[in-house]
Design a protein around this ligand. Sequence first.
Ligand code: NAP
Ligand code: ZN
Length: 345
Amino acid sequence: MATKAYAAFNAVDPLGAHTIERRTLNAKDIFIKIEYCGVCHSDLHTAKSDWGPTNYPSVPGHEIVGRVEAVGSEVSKFKVGDIVGVGCMVESCQHCHSCDEGLEQYCENGFTGTYNSKNSKHGGITYGGYSENIVVEEGFVLNVPTNLPLENVAPLLCAGITTWSPLRHWNVKKGDKVGVVGLGGLGHMGVKFAKAMGAHVVMITTSASKGEDAMKLGADEVLISKDSEQMKQHAYSFDFLLNTIPVTHDVNPYLLLLKLDKTMCMVGAIEPFPIHGGVLINKRRNIAGSLIGGIKETQEMLDFCGEHGIVSEVEVINMHEINEAYVRMQQSDVKYRFVIDMKTL
Ligand code: NAP
Ligand code: ZN
């Protein structure tokens, strides 16, 4: 069916109105009317072909919340009227080791991204949440806690799970000193989750002006990464670092903050970055990466947010304001996630 959307047509021009085709419902499909869609830095990377050539026209958006409007004949988990979410994945092979373990994001045959992915099952390229509606198989649809404001829930579907998953994987616990690097969409959720897990949270930022906000979000301390004196004072003191910087950068000053045997997990930069071997070797330090999170884990995160009243801090925008939002995001000027009100499409 013809569906209104907003798309990037090439790497340089602004996004604009577009019409896409959504498939008619198969037995396991859910038809979701999208109410809000968060704006992830990955949307911007994709729109600009930062990560290699994008399939244009490209409809970004993988922080989707909305209402179920129709279900296929074999759908059992959801019914019309349910409030649901869709994150970064819409399909995976469902029979490899990773899928069996609920780690669909590491599917050995490659998961299908919510946008700009080749859709091996249904053909064509996937289109994301900057659109009126979306059709997704029920296995990749999440239950949204009903006690939380929907616009603030949307960013949990990517920024939330991408920070939750590594904090859980590296077993962040009460009393750990945890640094979150970069106060943007991912970073602000990292601060909230690390705090909720009982950690002593340090916001590590390039923007001194964000310090006060970081404390309000739950940080116990703020460390300005450009201040080498401050960085020295915190050397060899962290149990875990979550690095959300979206571009390549010098990781060595951050690694020096880690204690013996501890890990910095990268979730942002995908480009090469130089590492001084000595920085790792001398303190048996680790550098690692993490990709979003599995469906089961995403549901656990959403349920945890419902129980603890955790949501994202958002600036709700109209669809036509997306290009301005991208410019501000590139300038690290977002508090702390843009969310599109899809009524304005
Ligand atoms: P964002 O809202 O733009 O926040 C990024 C923050 O990083 C900025 O607010 C800024 O914080 C800091 N920063 C930006 N440029 C910097 C630079 N050159 N040097 C040092 N710090 C810099 O972005 P986001 O949506 O949180 O996404 C962050 C990255 O994660 C993106 O690359 C995105 O594509 C990626 N991502 C990865 C996954 C995954 O599964 N691994 C999932 C989603 C997104 P301060 O002002 O505090 O310094
Ligand atoms: Zn994202």
